[in-house]
Each structure stands twice: as C-alpha cells, then as structure tokens.
Unconditional design. Structure first.
Lengths: 318, 459
C-alpha cells in the first residue's frame, strides 16, 4: 500500500517531485519522523502488535529456557533445561513422528493440491462451483473438521465412513487412529483435506498467469499433458511451488491440533506425539514451563535453520 | 477533511485504539480490595457457566445470602469456563498470574501452585472462628494441602473410586444387579456377557488418553495392592507383578474376549458419553461420574449403581482417592483471607448450605444421596448432620450405592507429580487397548524408564 507522505510518491493534486529536488531541510531523526508521521503512525500499530504478541513472547521464551522457577523463585540454570529435555525419552520419538508427518504431508499434502489445481484449471464449465467445493473445508473451523474425521471417518468399527467404504470394496478395514502404523497417514489425510483449499487457490492463480502461447507451442511440438505439466506448468510456477513448500514444511513441523483432537493427545503408544504436543505436555501437564520453553527454542532454531538454508538455496537458483 | 488529514486522523485513531486495547488487557490493579465503606472484596472462581442454569442460580443465591449475612464482605464471582475441569486452562491462568483471590485447584495441584509462588500460607487463619466446621473436616484431606507444616488450601471435595455399572445392561445380560463383580475375574466374566448383547456395547470400558489412562492405571494398580512410586517418591514402582496384572487383565478383556468395544483412546468425556448412551456395562469411576452422565451427557440416574473397586482374587487392596480445594492467592490481606475462608465455609463446608443444601438440590436435576463428597471425618458432628440431611432429601435411589458405601476400601492418594506420571502411563494403557500384540513387559519397562527419568529431572 502506498503511503501519501512517503518520499517520491504522489500527493493528489500535486506533481510528483523527486526527494532530491526538494528544498534541503534539517535532517535530524525528529525531522524524518515528522516528515513521515502518517506512515510511522500506521507502522506503530503493526510494530506494537509484533512486539507484544510475537517478539516479546519469543524473547521471554528464550529467557525462560535458561531459568527454573521453583517455589516462586526464579534462578538461572544455564543449559540444564536443554539437557533435561534432550534426556526426555519422548524427545527423539516426537521429532521422528513430526518429521514423518512432514514428509508424508509433503508427498500428499503438497502434491495433491497442485494436481487438483491443474485439474480445475483444465475445466471449462462449473469452474466457480468447483473452486467453492474445494475451498469449503478451509471455512470449516479446524477443530470441527477434525472431530468429523475422528467420529465419522476414522471410527474403528465397521460403522466408520472409511471402513464402510473399504468393506464395500472388499478391502481390509483399519483401526485408523488406534493403529500406531496408521496414525500419521490418517492425520495427514485429515490435514490435507482441511488445508488443501488455500493452496489450490494459490496454485490456480499461478497457473492462470502462465501465458497460453506456451501451452500452444508445446502442443504444436507434440507434447502430451504430462510433458506440458513437466516442461511448462512446473517451471512457470516454480517460485510459488518453492514458497508453498517452505510454508508447508514450517507449518507441518508445528503439528499440534491434529494429535490433540484425532488422537486425544499422544495416540496409541505415543505414535501421535509431536514436538509441539510435547511442548504442551511439559508446559501444561508436567509443571515444567521452563522445559517447554527450552523445547520451543530448539524447535525455533531448527525451523529458522531450515528457513535460512532454504532461502539461501532458492536465492542462488534465482 | 482532505485525504491526507483523513489518513492522519485514521492513523492516530488506530494508535490510540491500540493503546487503549493494550491498557484494557493489562493487569487489573490490586487496589480495589476494600472500598470507602470499609468493605472487604474478594474474587472467587469457578462460578458455574451460563449454560448450567440451576447451578448458576444456586451460586448467585449463595452469594446474595452470604453477603446479606456478612455485609462487610463483597464476593466477586468469576466464571472461568472450563478451568475447573481442565488442567491446561488452570496452568495458563496460574502462569499468567490471573488466578482469582480464592482459586480452585485439584489435590494434585499443590506442587504446581507452590512452584508458581502464588499460594498463601493460611495456617493461622484456618480455624473454627473462620470455618465453624473446621474441626470436623477430615484431617487426611487437610494433610493433602499441607506442605512443610503449612496449609495452603481448604478441601471442598473428596472422592474414592469404585466400579460403576449399568443395571439395565446387567439385567439384559442375565446378571444379578445386587451382586456386582467382586474380583477382576468376575468383571471379565460379566463383561463378556454384556458385550455379547451386541450393538456396539462394551462390557467394560477404560480410559487410555489425555492423562486419564494413567489416572485409571493408578486406581487399578491400587486395587492390586501396588503403588505407582516408591514411598520416598523418587522411583517408579509399577513395573512388577501387580502392574503387569493390571495390563494383562485389560489386554485379556480387549483382545482375548473382545469385551471392551472397538473404540479406544478414550478420555473422560468419551467414556461418559458412551456410558450415557447405554453402550458401557461397567467402568471404574467416582460416585459423581453418574452425575456427569446425567447432567452433561443426558443419561439416567436410575440406570446406574456402584460397587467397591474389585481386587484380583477378592476384595480390593486399595482404591484411588482424590479431590479439590480452594487456594488463596499470595498477597491477600488478613481480612481478605478471613473473608475468603468464611465464604468457603458457607458455600462448601456448612451442612444445609451451598453444596450441602440438599433441600434446594432435591427438586433440581442434581443428585442427592451419592456417597460424596466425603469431607467430614468419620464420627464427627458435621458428618452425622450431613448424612441425616442427605438421607432425608435423597432424590436418587441410595440402594444403588449401598454396596459401595457398606464395603469401604482403603483410600490411597495420587502420586507425586501425578499429571506427568499419568501422561507417561497413558502409553502403557493405550498399548494394551490398541495393539493385540502388545508386550506388557516392554510397555511397563518403557513407562518405568520414562517416569524415573522424569522424577530424576524433577529432583
């Protein structure tokens, strides 16, 4: 959004004048602030929100991770909380579960929306209705959507929706969330269904920006649908694909609501325990907010490291 | 107004609005504990929520009557939604420093409240002057809220667990409702018959998620004569014959007999919802679980009865007890503490008033006649009065709880760091209830290692 007093922009009714051509005035900080008062005023709101709701809690969390509170007395304990968390028998299984979910979500939750978007883009009729249909699950509150899966789709008896379908197809039924092997795939299916709509719309927007001539040229060269996807669609939407891949990985690493609702927490034999759920356990059930903070910082470092590596790799490619 | 001016005004309004919002979110000042008239004001939580119409009416009537009797005290009631049933909400309020002056907690919360530094030592105020029935309150319950010789909370509820069973399903399965199972072998046999009724009915149902699995493992272990931790509280003590028996019994019923239903990973509300729907023959619970079945999950009182928790081959060697109390926030004035104690005394510890106003509760949809809350010591004057009043106003068939009351089982409290230990034990419970090939020994060993690690870190 353009801010009217920003240097170099146009005020209504006045000709634009490069900043350098303006009469020279005092250049102190106060003058700069005054010159851009409206812009700063708008900025203050956003900055305050970040300070209060994001940065302060983050810094507070980092500080807490080096402290221990007992009997109302807070003391500095160095790396103790981190060592304790690393020793937690659930620590590595939680990371294993989380990474497994992330990989499955990349395979299923990342690829499916892309191909659904391609399909929708190919339709000539009822496009609007189909888009609404795909987007509808996003409008459902996540908790409601997950309860639907929990009680109707994943019911382990033969009355469950998925089991009824499997039975009708003469396929073996599953215990879904009660089976340690099926816990993660089941959570990914539910998560993909819930979140697919937004990704599909973004992909669709990207697909519609691809010049039609490219497809026409490919067709003239005899390219089939698969070749057109590989040689035109994917290269043309590469930036969006990479961006969504990073967002998807960061989001899936914070897996929490799915185990909380679908698996009632840890799931069968801890098969649903994610890192975020372990943080919740430490903070809210084990009277260990400092340990929870340490685990939170570890997660922050891992995700920040991943994002940095990702940013570096993608910037090199560009 | 020109566009730039308009934008400036909008920006300033935005900043001012944000500032006001932040000010509104900031902690309320503590300078309103007494007004100009010398009145003492205290805030108290766990006021029933709006959907609990009768309970809310009762609470408000109690506040009005108490303030009429004590014109120098003002009670500010605070409803905290699900806090009273939900440990995470409680933890958040405690960590955020937003608990009320007099605040509710479980018996297992003492350590957490002490660590938060928000509990006030009320030893010198807890006496007959402020709580007339204080000498009748069971000393064992006072002890639960005592640390280092200092009292931090007043007990307001106490329960012990038994075997809750559905009389209708018992009759349909050809079982004698007056002769409920006395041993786990009896439970297994009865569960088989009940589940044979079909239609998704579980003969016996059990928790295994949301820390409730560990909670019930503890109750079942006590029935076997076991204990969760060593007496010094430093080591796990359930990886033994008794612990193994607990899991083996469940595994046998779940996969040997298929008498526990297909739906597992149940937590509190899940099991009670199934029970209210007539899909559960038996489960381990406290007397007030029948109240929850009726008031929250639309079941019927007359369908349910209760027996002592079974033992392995005969009477149980112990059962789990628990309860609730009210803590006092650090920094209260002596007048506020006294006012808080008087309120708790009136609403929770006076026969004929508040929770013991059985005359008022009788026509309402809340049970009178349950063997609970077991607050007063055996033989005390208050206990005699409470039993008489309960009997005279019972609106549930007390015969349904007669066997449970007539056959007391030794009550054992919850282990140190209970919620953390329960979270670990959930995995053992879910293991035997979701995996037909579960290795009981391995599950117990894993849980033992985790609990030992947890206790070592804690110390």
């Amino acid at each position: 959004m353009a801010i009217t007093t920003a240097p170099g922009t146009t005020r209504p009714g006045r000709p634009a004048r490069p900043y350098a051509e303006r009469p020279r005035r005092a250049t102190g900080l106060g003058r700069k602030v005054r010159d851009n008062l409206t812009g700063h005023a708008f900025l203050i709101g956003a900055v305050l929100c970040f300070v209060v709701f994001s940065w302060y809690p983050m810094i507070r969390g980092i500080v807490m991770s080096f402290q221990r509170t007992r009997r109302g007395e807070t003391t500095w304990v160095g790396w103790d909380n981190y060592l304790r968390i690393l020793d937690d028998p659930s620590f590595w299984p939680a990371w294993k579960n989380t990474l497994y979910f992330t990989v499955l979500a990349l395979v299923l939750g990342y690829a499916v929306p892309f191909f659904v978007a391609i399909l929708l883009n190919e339709f000539r009729h009822a496009k609007g209705y189909l888009r609404i249909l795909v987007y509808l699950p996003v409008m459902l509150p996540p908790a409601s959507a997950l309860f639907l899966f929990k009680y109707y789709a994943y019911d382990p008896s033969e009355a469950g929706l998925f089991n009824a379908i499997l039975k009708a197809l003469h396929l073996p039924t599953s215990e879904w969330m009660q089976s340690p092997e099926m816990t993660m795939p089941a959570m990914v299916i539910a998560s993909t269904w819930m979140n697919m709509g937004s990704a599909v719309l973004i992909y669709l927007a990207a697909l519609q920006n691809i010049p039609g001539e490219l497809y026409e040229a490919a067709e003239l060269d005899g390219a089939g649908i698969w070749r057109r996807i590989v040689n035109v669609t994917i290269p043309q939407t590469r930036l969006i694909l990479l961006l969504l891949a990073m967002l998807q990985i960061v989001a899936t690493m914070q897996l929490f609501i799915e185990p909380l609702i679908l698996a009632n927490g840890a799931g069968a034999e801890d098969s649903a325990t994610s890192v975020a759920y372990l943080i919740y356990q430490h903070g809210f059930f084990q009277n260990d907010l400092n340990g929870a903070a340490a685990l939170g910082v570890i997660m922050l470092v891992v995700l920040a490291g991943f994002s940095a590596v990702y940013a570096r790799l993608t910037s090199k490619q560009d | 107004m020109s566009v730039p001016q308009y934008r400036k005004a909008a920006a300033l309004a935005l900043v001012a609005g944000l500032g006001l919002s932040l000010a509104a979110c900031s902690t309320k000042s503590d300078d309103d504990n007494s007004d100009a008239g010398g009145k003492v004001t205290i805030t108290v939580d766990c006021q029933p929520v709006g959907s609990q119409k009768e309970l809310l009416q009762n609470w408000n009537a109690d506040v009005a009557e108490f303030q009429r009797q004590n014109p120098d005290i003002v009670i500010k009631s605070v409803s905290v939604g699900e806090q009273c049933n939900n440990p995470p909400d409680f933890t958040a309020r405690l960590a955020g420093g937003t608990v009320t002056d007099v605040f509710y907690g479980y018996m297992t919360d003492l350590q957490q409240v002490l660590d938060s530094g928000q509990a006030m030592d009320i030893t010198e105020y807890a006496n007959k002057e402020n709580v007339p029935t204080w000498d009748s309150v069971d000393p064992a319950l006072k002890e639960v809220f005592t640390d280092g010789g200092k009292l931090y909370a007043v007990p307001v509820k106490n329960y012990s667990m038994g075997l809750v069973y559905n009389k209708v399903l018992f009759q349909r399965a050809g079982l004698d409702v007056n002769n409920p199972p006395k041993s786990w072998a009896d439970v297994r046999a009865a569960a088989k018959k009940i589940s044979a009724l079909g239609n998704g009915i579980a003969g016996y149902s059990e928790y295994s998620a949301g820390n409730t699995g560990g909670w019930h493992f503890t109750a079942l272990l006590y029935s076997q004569g076991g204990q969760v931790l060593t007496p010094d509280g430093k080591k796990a003590d359930f990886n033994n014959a008794q612990g193994k028996q607990v899991l083996q019994n469940l595994k046998d019923m779940r996969y040997g007999d298929n008498s526990m239903g297909a739906r597992q990973l149940l937590q509190w509300g899940d099991l009670l919802t199934n029970a209210a729907a007539g899909k559960v023959g038996m489960f381990v619970g406290a007397p007030d679980s029948t109240q929850a079945i009726v008031s929250q999950f639309q079941g019927k009182f007359q369908d349910w009865a209760m027996a002592p928790i079974p033992g392995q081959d005969g009477p149980a060697k112990g059962t789990l007890g628990g309860g609730e109390g009210y803590f006092f926030k650090k920094g209260l004035t002596p007048e506020q503490v006294k006012a808080g104690l008087k309120w708790i005394a009136y609403q929770k510890l006076t026969v004929g008033k508040g929770q013991f106003d059985y005359v008022r509760a009788k026509p309402q949809n809340y049970p009178v006649g349950l063997p609970q809350p077991l607050l007063f010591a055996n033989g005390s004057e208050a206990q005699k009065q409470e039993l008489e009043l309960r009997k005279a106003n019972a609106n549930v068939d007390t015969a349904n709880f007669a066997i449970f009351e007539a056959t007391p089982v030794a009550i054992k409290g919850e282990p140190r760091n209970a919620q953390a230990v329960y979270a670990v034990l959930d995995a053992a419970m879910s293991g035997v209830l979701t995996n037909p090939n579960a290795n009981v020994d391995a599950l117990l060993k894993t849980a033992e290692d985790k609990v030992n690690q947890l206790l070592a870190a804690e110390s």
